[in-house]
Design a binder for this molecule. Structure first.
Ligand SMILES: *Cc1c(COP(=O)(O)O)cnc(C)c1O
Length: 361
């Protein structure tokens, strides 16, 4: 391949080409410093500037009200699965989980290992073909927090309207952060691994309310690195942060603003997803969507009549420079991940291929 492909991988995922070009230009000599940003002290003014710029952009793009901090942590979204209960699940309270997919289930399992955890709703018995309706949610007594996964990356479902509670609401938004508008003030903690919609792997964005930070400040027996307050007090510089991934995230956020921010990007995302869902819906069952409702605008999952045909689909798309379409092993079939940085032309190319493939098979 001597040109860039359309990359439909679920994560790490495609990045805006202009971001990669800027990084390339600045790689050897970052803004006349005579060195790469990778080689700089994390306490240098240049790096501090990148980090505060990224924090500001996230607050601005997500429309985050006063009273929240943005942190840049490591260990992936998976480390948030245990950091959340270690900080916010006291012995006499119960963590409540909405289990609507594999990552949601993993988050629940970590909670259950650390303290009392309750599945307040799940669609597991429906093979995660949708998320729950509000009337299916039943909270336990003495709720510490409710945890949900906004977009189920593997199954291709997504909460359209978020349920509301009068207890802290915590969300794993790894695979749809900054893809659509929502009311951030309804959440006490939002986290996202960067490698789907924000940048490369290696940094996890955490947006946390001061109310929750007051709770973690009371945790006296936690390892220092596991306490959110440590990172908030030191502006994510308690230890060496992953400077290069944060630098790329900052470039992606600038790119997002150039696109018109979340309002415009959401329009694009809905348009892009519609191009592919239309083909599925008009295919008379040749393509069968996994999601029955609550379809994701980020991860589109579908099956063909048999596995041989699916293999052929994956092979032929790859030959045409449409790569990463094999579904997750737990669902099988096809998954097209179309995050913010996937251009409309990529979705159109996939849709055109799907029409031809249906004709020929
Ligand atoms: C990818 C993903 C994760 C896992 O992220 P890591 O950074 O690899 O730990 C967790 N939750 C969701 C929703 C994801 O899509």
């Amino acid at each position: 391949m001597n040109k860039r492909v359309y990359n439909f991988y679920a994560g790490p995922a495609t990045l805006p080409e202009n971001v990669l070009k800027t990084a390339q230009t600045e790689l050897l000599n970052y803004q006349n410093s005579g060195m790469s940003i990778m080689e700089m002290s994390h306490r240098s003014p240049s790096v501090e500037k990148v980090m505060s710029s990224a924090e500001q952009s996230i607050k601005e793009l997500l429309n985050i009200p006063e009273g929240y901090r943005v942190l840049f942590l490591q260990g992936g979204a998976s480390s948030q699965f245990f950091m959340v209960p270690y900080n916010f699940l006291p012995k006499n309270k119960v963590a409540n989980y909405l289990v609507t997919g594999s990552f949601a289930e993993k988050a629940y399992q970590e909670g259950a290992q650390i303290g009392q955890a309750h599945v307040a709703a799940t669609t597991k018995e429906l093979k995660y073909t949708r998320v729950n309706t509000p009337d299916e949610i039943s909270l336990s007594k003495d709720v510490a927090y409710v945890h949900l996964t906004s977009n189920n990356t593997i199954y291709g479902t997504q909460w359209d309207k978020f349920p509301e509670f009068d207890v802290p609401l915590i969300a794993d938004m790894s695979s749809d952060i900054l893809s659509r508008q929502f009311d951030a003030s309804k959440f006490d903690l939002i986290y996202a691994g960067a490698q789907k919609n924000l940048g490369p792997a290696g940094v996890t964005i955490v947006v946390i309310s001061n109310d929750l930070l007051e709770i973690s400040a009371q945790q006296k027996t936690l390892p220092t690195m596991l306490n959110y307050t440590t990172h908030a007090q030191k502006d994510s510089l308690y230890n060496t942060p992953s400077v290069f991934p944060i630098y790329i995230v900052n470039l992606v956020l600038e790119w997002l603003k150039e696109q018109g921010g979340v309002v415009e990007v959401e329009k694009q995302n809905r348009h892009k997803a519609g191009i592919i869902y239309d083909i599925i819906d008009q295919s008379d069952g040749f393509y069968q969507g996994h999601a029955q409702r609550d379809r994701s605008i980020m991860n589109i999952t579908f099956r063909l009549q048999n596995e041989d045909l699916e293999k052929k689909f994956v092979q032929e798309t790859a030959d045409k420079g449409l790569i990463g379409l094999k579904g997750h092993r737990s669902v099988g079939g096809i998954r097209a991940s179309i995050y913010n940085a996937m251009p409309v032309s990529g979705c159109q190319a996939l849709a055109d291929f799907m029409i031809n493939f249906m004709r020929n098979n």
